[in-house]
Design a protein around this ligand. Sequence first.
Ligand code: MN3
Length: 232
Amino acid sequence: MERRQFILRTAQATAAAALGAPMIARAWNSPAPDTFSFTQTPLPYAYGALEPSIDAMTMEIHYTKHHAAYVKNVNEAIGKEGIAATDAADFFARTSALSAKARNNGGGAWNHNFFWNCMAPGGKAAGSKLLDAINGSFGDVESFKTAFTDAAMKRFGSGWAWLVLREGKLAIGSTPNQDNPHMDVSELRGAPLLALDVWEHAYYLKYQNKRNEYVANWWSVVDWEAIAARLV
Ligand code: MN3
């Protein structure tokens, strides 16, 4: 251990002791037990459950490698950088002050938890309340799908397409990399209702360069019931 680190840790330990905090030994790169950290929520279906829209191998690699790495890396950043957020909303509200590692992996951790819960085997139907909202904002469901698909297709490189609720209105947009509409730095702001991962890792094994086919087939596994539940 470098002397400077030792002094810092000693000072932290002294401060913790002074506050009566329990002296719990922990890895220096793990978040403190009382600070917010990200968790990887269980996948709500089997890897192959979204076939043929999304193949099992893509789902397994996406969940166990990509998503798991974002969660591990953001928590490492929270520990190393001493980020004391109370929850995910608080974490993203201060994105402008975070490191690139915290921003990118925090977004990756949250976005994928959300994304898995935007899909269900065979899809789930929208209720009348959601249909009314979509018809009111976009004319009809087909026009909504066209606009959302357009956002997904026009996102250059890696990123996400979103449907958000902002000031009581539905809006479609996209974000680069792992940014999301909760982040203070995001051009698209609002409460996420639906997300689509358009990183190549989300579709390349099955669709290669054909992002348009991936998006077209994805609609059949969209969980419209979950979108409706977020529309409160
Ligand atoms: Mn992804």
